[in-house]
Write a protein that binds this ligand. Structure first.
Ligand code: KG4
Ligand code: ZN
Length: 368
């Protein structure tokens, strides 16, 4: 069973062919980072125009590199929510057109749920299992990323941490996914990107701060950790972002002058801010994961989304008491393979979408 999936929720145009829900035969991503970098964030109008230009070449390349034609795919999947409306519409329209003209099933997938499923993907081009990086209690404490053939045991707690989302889930199966907490302001990846902008670093900020943090002292600055109420599984990162801003530029006063002249941003100070900011993010994420796993008596933890590539986060969870599953690095950020994989289970369960499937944006989308 082969599924062709399309990704266009934000600023990456992706197409992928996945066999039997796990084996990735192709995973093509046309990134738009260069187009948005000078604005230090995604510009929706630019993103949707780039999707229009990219979608057909990306689809062709995906089929070519999987060495299959449209006749060889059994269904068409698309991430149809949540995302930027202009971007979503390109992928959803392409998927509907393919499904209708080929008379094949259409499967609409939730992009955030698909991020969790990315831990199940394996590289089918080499026919070797390289998909999942497991950090388990048996791992050497010095941080081992082991390719593993294990799958998560349910119930599991899932964390999607990306530029658009910081959301905790309870999973009873891949098809039974309940939202148990989310950010009330910035997503953690968004905080990384904004802090990188404050520090005058490039875009996207996550990988740059992650690298810089390795040379800094995580205890240099005691940035705030927002844990909300005692039982809360929600997140807040805007206070942390403001604390970094004040540390760098000084606290504004009534006459708009900083209360003190902050020390210059030397290389060491930059690295210390990066390390201390990253330590605060990781501290909050790991403490919320711990709260959720204890509350729901989870058997495993599943992490996905762009920030799941973070070395510090992987390292911090190396000795977690239950197995923690991370995607292989190539499946952390936005891609279509994760939707193609999850769609296999949807198809098997008869969860096929109608041809009038809607694109659903962030604001219209309220998950229960
Ligand atoms: O999953 P993704 O591609 O897009 C969304 O669905 O939002 O995530 C992109 C985000 C960006 O904010 C980027 O800065 C962050 O993931 N990111 C990282 C790392 N690599 C990417 N954040 C922290 N550490 C990293 N190594
Ligand atoms: Zn994403």
């Amino acid at each position: 069973m082969r599924i062709l999936a399309i990704e266009s929720t934000c600023d990456e145009t992706g197409a992928s062919v996945v066999e039997d829900g796990q084996l990735v035969l192709s995973n093509i991503v046309a990134t738009q980072i260069d187009l948005h970098a000078k604005y230090r964030g995604v510009v929706p109008e630019i993103a949707s125009r780039a999707h229009i230009e990219n979608i057909l070449p990306v689809l062709h390349e995906s089929l070519n590199s999987a060495a299959c034609g449209l006749a060889d795919v059994d269904a068409i999947a698309v991430a149809h929510r949540p995302g930027l409306i202009g971007s979503l519409l390109i992928g959803v329209t392409a998927a509907k057109s393919l499904a209708w003209s080929l008379n094949k099933p259409l499967i609409g997938i939730d992009h955030v749920h698909a991020h969790l499923y990315s831990v199940m993907l394996q590289d089918g081009t080499t026919k070797e299992r390289t998909g999942t990086d497991t950090v388990s209690p048996s791992s050497n404490s010095s941080f081992i990323l082991q390719p593993s053939s294990l799958s998560p045991v349910f119930p599991a707690v899932g964390l999607v941490c990306s530029g658009g989302h910081t959301a905790l889930y309870r999973l009873n199966s891949w098809l039974d996914v309940q939202l148990i907490g989310s950010t009330i302001d910035d997503a953690v990846g968004e905080a990384y990107d904004k802090v990188a902008a404050i520090l005058g670093l490039g875009y996207p900020g996550g990988p740059i701060i992650d690298r810089l943090a390795q040379q800094g002292d995580p205890k240099a600055i005691d940035f705030p950790r927002s844990l909300m109420a005692r039982d809360s599984l929600d997140f807040s990162f805007s206070g942390l972002k403001t604390a970094v801003l004040y540390n760098v530029q000084g606290v504004p006063t009534k006459n708009n002058k900083p209360s003190r002249i902050p020390p210059p941003l030397t290389d060491q100070r930059l690295a210390d801010i990066a390390a201390s900011f990253q330590a605060a993010c990781i501290d909050v994420l790991t403490r919320k994961i711990k709260r959720a796993t204890e509350h729901f008596k989870a058997q495993s933890v599943i992490i996905g989304g762009g920030v799941s590539a973070n070395r510090g986060l992987r390292s911090a969870l190396a000795n977690f008491p239950i197995p923690v599953f991370f995607p292989a690095f190539e499946y952390c950020t936005d891609n279509a393979a994760m939707s193609a994989g999850l769609a296999h289970l949807y198809l098997a369960a008869g969860r096929v979408s109608p041809l009038d499937l809607d694109a659903i944006t962030y604001s219209q989308f309220v998950e229960t």
